[in-house]
Design a protein around this ligand. Structure first.
Ligand SMILES: *Cc1c(COP(=O)(O)O)cnc(C)c1O
Length: 396
């Protein structure tokens, strides 16, 4: 299917394969498919006539399940953390890596991360011929296990701990991408990361419908809005999905937009749900492209660190289930607005990735899943880097 930039809806048009290979549109906008088709098969219509065989990309990329864990009759966790780096980012990163490799792209992938993206991208491109990955993360602002994961790859994947914030890392990557045409971005603005996320909303919504309990409504822990946008797109395609509710931490740009109608990007504030510490959600531009009045398609609520901690304890006590701080935001938002019908909360990361937060609250060890344990058993190394683009360019 043809794609356009959000900033020039009348074209130029590019193929979806080109949009995936390029990442960001040349005018600085985000690529979007020219329309959202009505179809229950969520990927095939976009890839019709493309150079990519999407079925084989999916087979190669999605080697792990996304099961629903029911907490009670009508509340489930959609577990998106069974991939190699134990967060939902594995779906997008692995799909992107398979797609780029099949499209013949050979490149240095630059990625700024607040924790989970860097690991997912590192794992997806690790030892893949023709690719190098350079990961930048803010030193001291990711969880100890996230930091270990980022530095544990080696070979063609290198991690740098930047003496600055996530925003510094993102700025350095943007400037380096502009200065070096042999580099490619792997952040969440890539269509190759957004589209694969539709699949788990479609399959879970259909599962709920088959059980006679549809439509399923969703609460999605939200930062850059990529995951929640995929849920809205799945509903736009006609999947049996009810409400879509965004759960943010105290970085309240989206709840405020929905309350006041005004979009006020702000510097990100650090929270326990660090993968959602975002002050200017990048995918908002896509959501507004299709839905100029965002309040007609989603609602939102924000959760502070104290409520995150209380929720982790409550869910452990009531259900014996340990959840990560991001998932806790989703569960707390659901508790506040308990509405009729079936609700799924996207469980975006495994709690073992955030053991320094979760373990003291539940008074138990949280065992890492096998793939994560394997990475954690490897030695890790990250070089320090000042928050300057010249320092990054010198290492490329
Ligand atoms: C990235 C991430 C989020 C936020 O997802 P967006 O698509 O950026 O909104 C939430 N939780 C976890 C664990 C993440 O890694």
């Amino acid at each position: 299917m043809r794609c356009v930039s959000t900033r020039s809806p009348r074209g130029p048009f590019v193929s979806l394969s080109d949009a995936i290979a390029r990442g960001l549109a040349p005018d600085g906008g985000l690529y979007v498919p020219e329309r959202v088709p009505r179809s229950r098969d969520v990927l095939a219509p976009y890839f019709e006539g493309e150079a990519l065989d999407v079925a084989s990309v999916v087979r190669a990329a999605f080697t792990f399940p996304s099961p629903i864990r029911w907490l009670d009759e009508r509340t489930g966790l959609l577990e998106l953390f069974h991939g190699p780096t134990a967060a939902f980012k594995d779906f997008g990163a692995r799909f992107l890596a398979e797609s780029l490799a099949r499209l013949g792209v050979r490149s240095t992938i630059l990625v700024a991360t607040s924790g989970d993206t860097g690991a997912a991208v590192g794992a997806a491109f690790w030892r893949r011929p023709g690719f190098r990955v350079v990961i930048l993360y803010p030193d001291g602002r990711v969880s100890p296990r996230q930091a270990h994961q980022l530095g544990a790859f080696g070979d063609n994947v290198r991690a740098f701990r930047v003496a600055g914030t996530f925003d510094d890392c993102q700025r350095m990557v943007k400037e380096a991408l502009a200065a070096r045409p042999d580099t490619t971005s792997a952040n969440s603005i890539s269509l190759g990361r957004l589209l694969p996320q539709l699949t788990y909303y479609a399959s879970s919504a259909l599962e709920v419908e088959r059980a006679g309990r549809g439509p399923a409504s969703y609460v999605v822990p939200t930062g850059n809005l990529g995951n929640a946008l995929a849920c809205v797109m799945a509903r736009d395609m006609g999947l049996p999905i009810g409400d879509v509710v965004l759960a943010t931490n105290v970085n309240r740009v989206l709840p405020e937009l929905l309350e006041t109608g005004e979009y006020r990007p702000a510097p990100a504030v650090p929270t326990l749900a660090n993968a959602m510490d975002v002050g200017a959600p990048s995918n908002l531009e896509r959501l507004r492209f299709w839905h100029p009045d965002v309040s007609k398609v989603v609602s939102a609520d924000s959760v502070d660190d104290a409520a995150i901690q209380a929720t982790i304890q409550r869910v452990w006590k009531e259900h014996g289930v340990a959840v990560c701080p991001h998932t806790a935001c989703g569960l707390e938002v659901l508790r506040r607005r308990r509405a009729k019908g079936t609700w799924l909360v996207a469980a975006t990361a495994h709690p073992a990735k955030f053991e320094t937060v979760v373990e003291p609250l539940i008074g138990q060890k949280v065992e890492p899943p096998a793939a994560l344990a394997e990475l954690l058993a490897r030695p890790a190394h990250a070089d320090p880097m000042p928050p300057k683009t010249e320092a990054l360019l010198a290492r490329l």
